[in-house]
Design a protein around this ligand. Structure first.
Ligand code: DAT
Ligand code: MG
Length: 172
């Protein structure tokens, strides 16, 4: 019993499990919502094998968006970007999995859809940089910051994906 608990604790702290628990912040932008692409976008991450651990539908306000994009505050497109992001509701999501931040960016494609490869979300589903339908964190520290900005910790759900054994080589 005690040994079992210790083993479970050790397993939960092992590097492999910790790696599987990397999280990223993704958001379907107002144009993605208006164009009916929420299901398509979610499906691409689900089918890859990543795990949804948080999701909400909201109209973001100016203060939240300015904070979210604070690194871009000096850029000429900043005010337009903050306005565009308030044009309608967004779907804010937390996704979990091995290397999900980097792989998520690869699934999304280059910032400017004119440069996004076919097969990526932006490469397949949109045309202009100011209507590029989805946001994804660009690094683990950015993901941590953005997840804390958009979600309360209790809104993120840790749950066991029953098909994990068929997605990852080892789960212990
Ligand atoms: P990404 O969304 O790929 O992380 P980013 O963080 O550099 O790209 O910029 C955030 C958003 O700002 C981007 O999704 C669309 C907009 N944006 C970036 N560069 C732009 C530009 N040159 N003109 C207009 N909008 C731009
Ligand atoms: Mg970015």
């Amino acid at each position: 019993m005690v040994l079992g608990c210790l083993l479970a604790l050790f397993a939960s702290l092992s590097p492999a499990m910790a790696a599987h628990r990397e999280r990223t912040f993704l958001m379907v932008k107002p144009d993605g919502v208006q164009r009916g692409l929420v299901g398509e976008i979610i499906q691409r991450f689900e089918r890859k094998g990543f795990k949804l651990v948080g999701m909400k539908f909201l109209q973001a306000d100016e203060a939240l968006l300015k904070k979210h994009y604070e690194e871009l505050a000096g850029r000429p497109f900043f005010n337009g970007l903050v306005k565009y992001m308030q044009m309608g509701p967004v779907v804010a999501m937390a996704w979990e999995g091995l290397n999900v931040v980097k792989t998520g960016r690869d699934i999304i494609g280059a910032t400017n859809p004119m440069e996004s490869s076919p097969g990526t979300i932006r490469g397949d589903l949109c045309i202009q940089v100011g209507r590029n339908i989805i946001h994804g964190s660009d690094s683990v520290p950015s993901a941590d910051r953005e997840l804390a900005l958009w979600f309360d910790s209790k809104e993120l759900v840790s749950w066991k994906q029953e098909m994990e054994t068929w997605i990852y080589e080892e789960t212990k």
